[in-house]
Design a protein around this ligand. Sequence first.
Ligand code: CTP
Length: 403
Amino acid sequence: MLKGKKIVLGVTGSIAAYKSAHLVRLLVKQDAQVRVVMTAAAEGFISPLTLSTLSGTRVQSELVREEVWNNHVRLGRWADLLLIAPASANTLSKMAAGVCDNLLTAVFLSSSCPVVFAPAMDEDMWLHSAVQSNVRLLGSRGNYILPVGEGELASGLVGEGRMAEPEEILEWLEHYFSAAGRPLEGRTALVTAGPTHEPLDPVRFLGNRSSGRMGISVAEALVSAGATVRLVLGPTHLGTRAPGIAVTRVETAKEMRDACMENAANTDILVMAAAVADYRPGSVSPEKIRKSSGPLRLELEKTPDILAEMGREKRPGQILVGFSLETDHETDNALRKLREKNLDLIVLNSLKEAGAGFGGTTNKVTIFGKEGSETRYPLKSKSAVAADIVKAIIDLYHVREAS
Ligand code: CTP
C-alpha cells in the first residue's frame, strides 16, 4: 500500500527518536520513498548516519548548508505525506505558532500534503494545557494527531505520552493510503453527543449521566473513514482531539436543536447520539430557588425532539441514525422509533446489559436497519462500537449504490 509513496519523516528531540530508526526500516521495507529531516535536538538522541543509512538518502537538517540554501519548498511539495515522529512539545508549539527557525519547521510551513504528528513526551508535559491547546489547534487545521500510548516514560514514571509504536504508525499510514480506508471521503456528517442541561435557576439544572463518549467515538470513526464531521456536543468534560472534527458546544436541548438545524440540510450523514433531555422546567427562575417547609413542585414542558425533526425534514439520500436507550420491550421500542422518526438505522442499547449504556467505556448494541436488518454485537469498547456503526453506514451506501 505504501509502495512508491513519498514520505518526509521529521524527527525531533525526544528520547523516542531511537524508534525512528525502526520506523524508517518499516517504511523502506514497504517500498515507500523516505527522506528524513532532523532537528538539531534530535541529533542528540539518534545519529543522522543511522537514519541516512536506513533511508538510503542523506538526512537533512539545515536550512543553509555550506553556503547552499536547502530548498524546503521542493521537499514540502515532493512529499505525499509529512510524518513528524517523534513530535516533541517544542516542535508542536513552533508548528502551532507558525515559527520557522529550522529546516523541519520550514518544510512544515511549505508543505501542501497531509501532515501526521506522533507526539512523544513525558506525561506532565503532554497533559499541560499549553501542549494540549497546541495539539488541538494543529488538529483543527486538518493535521492528523496520532494518539499517544501509555506506559513507561523516559522520566521513569508511568503514564501517557509515549510515541505510538512504529508498527502502529505503519498500520495507520497503510489504512490512510488505502481507498478502503477512506470510504466516506467527500461526505459530510453531523453528530450529536453528550447530555443536555436544562436550567432550573441560576445554579441548578436537570441533566443526565451521559458522558458523550459514544457520540464522540462515532464522530472520530466517521473522520477516520474520510468524512468531514461537525460534532454538536452537550456539557461534558470529554472532548476530542481528532482533526477534521468541528465542535460546537451547547448546553440545552434547544441550543442543540438550533446548532443541528443550522447544519443538517447540507449534511449527508446525521447521527444523533446525544442523550437529550425530553423535558425542561416550564420556567427558569431568575433567582436561586429557596427551600421552604413544603414540597417543591416543578412543572416540566417538552423539549424539541431533534431526531424526529431531522426525520421529518430528511432529504433524499441523507442517512439518519438514531439511538434508543431502553429498559424494557427493547426491540419493539427501537423498531417503533426507527419507523416513527423516519430513520435509516437505529442503535439499541439496553440498560439491562452489563457494561452497556451511559458513563462507561464499553457498550453492547444491536443495530436495526429500515429494510429489516438486525445485527447484534458483543460487548466492546465504545470506539469499537463506533467503528461498527460507521461500517453499518458504509454498508448502507454500498446497498444503495448497488440498487
Ligand atoms: N433525541 C433527540 N431529541 C430529543 C430526545 C431524543 O434527538 N429531545 C434522540 C436521541 O439523540 C436518540 C433518540 O432520540 O438518538 C432516542 O432517544 P430516547 O430518549 O431513547 O427516545 P425518545 O424518542 O425520547 O423516546 P422515549 O423517551 O419514549 O424512550
